[in-house]
Structure formats: structure tokens, C-alpha cells
Design a protein. Sequence first.
Length: 531
Amino acid sequence: MEVLNDKIPGDSYFSNESNQVTSEIQNLITQTGISLTNTDLNQLNKAVANQISNGTFYKDIGTFNNYILNAIPNRQAPFEYRDGMTMEFIAQHTNTGNAIVNAGPGTKLITGTSNGGEITLGDRVTLKYRLNTDDVVIANSVKISKEVENVITGTGQVFTSSDFNQLGKGIAAYSANSSFYNDAGTVNTHVLTVIGLNQSPPIYIDGLTAEFIAANTNTGPSLVALPGLPVKNIVNTSSGNEIQVGNRYTLKYRLSSDDFEIVLINLSALRRFSPGHLKGMIISNNVTNPNTDIDISSGSTVDDNDTVDLELNSLITKEIDNTWATESAAGGLADSLTPVQTSTTYHIFILGKLDGTTDAGFDTSINGTNLLADAAVISAGFVTGRRIGFCITDSSANILRYQWIGDYCYWNEPVNEFTGTVTSAPSTKTFQNLPVGISVNYGVTITTSAPNATPSFMRIYNPDIPDISVTGQNSHIVQDASTGDSGQTLFHNLIINCNLLAQARLAAVVTANTNVSSVNIKYVIDTRGKE
């Protein structure tokens, strides 16, 4: 339509000028789908309302990263971009990188779409033109709502329109646990993974903290990596043992040196029991299979390193004649030690994971070396343990019968270990019914028999103690037969200490003939690591 000059009284009004105005009005009405009629004088008003109500919505007919917007039917497309102009459409493609849009007046960059995924197939997208930068930005409340929903559902909440505090709850949940990770790494490399629905940071920033319970003890310079981010050095870990299994560590990232430093060590992380703690976990022969199975009662302890709490919530039964497997009523012997041997000491261990989950097993090593190296044990996730006692097999590879009361192991029947002549020269005896690998106190009954009326003295002692001449003053046994009690038998109850090889030394002095003795073990005192 041409420019129509303002009219003043007396001016002429030509038909072509009038027709132009009429045509503009009619075109506006018909473009919105309204049929012209002389019976409705509100058609212009309706047409304007239609244009305004749908004026910002377009149809996307473009391709990936190139959104071509067509005006919907009965609508007029804009002839130029103006500051603040809004464009809405349902995306037909998800962008994979920098995207552009054309709503008619020309192509413009959609700023903020460089990563890809900012515009998703099926989303209703709102764009706004910025005159000062000659580009468009996503100004989409639907997109914002989706981000909010992701924060809420990411913390395990079910998204609902009836609770308007879910975003706050989600942020609180992330804040409470955001810096704590699971250590899924190996020795000297701590690979940290998120726990549950937590999110990991997209980049390392100065002062970023990471907390974890160490799964391994370092032996030298150590590394750490957060999920999806590069590996970084942990400073001051060159000597080894700076990071110890079971302890909780807090690391802080330093931008200036691009590394992490240890800022906090919690030696009692998740700990309830004091070092050396052992309560319950009493050992006994299984009633049904006493020759091969051991029962361990419920109880609590800490591992041999005093770093992990271990708790057995119910009785567990382990079989010494089968290779180790998880749970009760299952094998307990390390695969490398099968089959079970005769006349052998087997130390009994509670096995533990870092989360306190427990099991049990048998090992000839007092440190549980064979058990902890067993493939099945490793596969099940057990990384530490505590020795809680022992059992000994007889000449038929059956477990000797015994009863434990606290730290006292009572053999069901006293076992004869030695019968013979004790001379003045110390004689080392290996006792078959004492555990090998630990030095224990044990209770014995010694029978002495004097064939004549001559005083006799006897000593039984730990081989680690220097040999001493046996006299009446330092002997354990005094056989006084000076009053004519020839052939008399006396019984003596003693607590003796043996060496790591279950050995003791016997020595005696007699003034005439010999002193014949027998030694029977009644019980063993095993403090089970509490000393």
C-alpha cells in the first residue's frame, strides 16, 4: 500500500486510495482463515487476535543443525528480525553442534549450541533475537523445566507437580554427598566412581575436593582420577603408605600445580570398634560334621591392620575339606592349600570387605596370605581379615575336637605329647597339639615317677629362653622322693609358653638313676591378636 497523505477538509479522496486500505484489511482477515462477510463487523478484530495468539509459532522444516522455520497456515512471516523477536517451534532434529535458524528474514546463529544436544528432537523450543549481537539464543522455559526435572529425578525423587520443594531437596542431596566417591582403583592409582545417582564435575576447578575410603595401600607415587576426567598426581606420596587401605581421605585440587594434595586423613572413618577389638566369634566343631566343619558364632572385631570394622551377625559354618566359597555351609580352604593335610595347624580367619561384609576361611599362614590371594576370595570382593583362632588336624586329616571358652581352647581329651626319660641335657620336643605360627601359653599335666628315694627336679620352657641348669630353685617340677616313696607318681598342672614352631624344651636333674615323665596338653590360651 502506498503512503496516503493526511487529508484536510476540501481534499479529494480517490477510489484507488480507498481500495488499498480496504484490501489491507481484507487480506489480514482472510490470511487468518476468516471468510469475508457483510454481516460480521468484528472480523478485523478477530483476525488481529488470531495473528497475535499464534504469531510466534513456526513449523520446523529444516535439517540437523539448520532449523528452517515456516509460518503456520493463515499467518504472515516477519519481513525482518527485530530486537526481542520470539520464534517458537517443535524441533524435528537434535542438534549435534553449532546450529542456525532462518524464520524468513535470513539465517542467524543460535548461540550456546556448540556442544550438541541443546535442542532435542520433540522439544518445544523458544528462540529470541538479540540485535546487539545479531544472533538468537534459546530462551525456553520448557528446556529449563527439563533441567529442573533432571536434578530432581537424579537424586532418586519421583517428579510430581504437587511438591514444589523437590528442587531444593535435590540440591541438598547433591550437596551432602557430591564430594564422596567409591575407590575402584588399584595400588597407586585411585579411580574414583560416583556413588548412586550423584553427578561428577565436568572439569577440575581450583579447590575441588574428593573424598574416598582407600581400597589399597600405596607403595609409591600415586594418582587419582575423577569420572571422565584426566589422571592427576597426588603429591607427597613417593615413599609409600601415605594412603592406607580402609582410611578415609580428602583430596583437594590445586590449579597452580595441576595436582591433588591430601588435606585430611580420618583414621577412624566409619569405625565403631577400638584397635584390637574382638568380641564373640567363638569357634567350635560343627555338631553334624565335627571332623571337617567349624562353626563361628556371631561377634565383632577389627581387621589385622586395625582399619576396618568387621561384624558377623549370625553363626557361620565353613568346611575345611572344600575350597573356599562365599556364605555359610560352604568351603573355607584356600584353593592353593587343598587337599587338607594331616597333623597341620590351620588358622581361622574372618574375612572382610571395606563395607564390613564378612565371611570366613582357613589358612596355614598366620597372616591369611593364601586366603587373601585366592581367586574366589578376590572375586567376591574380600580384601582384609582377622585371625580369630585355629584348628589342628590329626593323622587322618580330621579336625581335633575342642571347646573354646573365650580365649581358652580346651581339648575334649588331654592329649599325650611325650612319655620318656628326661635328662639333664635340654631336649627340644615338638608338640603336635599346639598351633604352629604363634607363641601361646598352654596348660599341661605332667606325671613324674621316681624309681628311687632320690630328689628329682624338672624344667619345661620356651626354646627362645636361654638354657639354664636345672636346680630345685628354677624347676617347674620338684619330685621329692627323699622319704622313701620309691615309685610314687605325682601330677602337676602348669601353664607353659611355646615358640612359633609349637616346641618346648624339657630338662631335669636327678641325683641317681632317671626321672620318667609324661606330658599331656589340656588347653591352649590364644589371645587371638588382642595382646
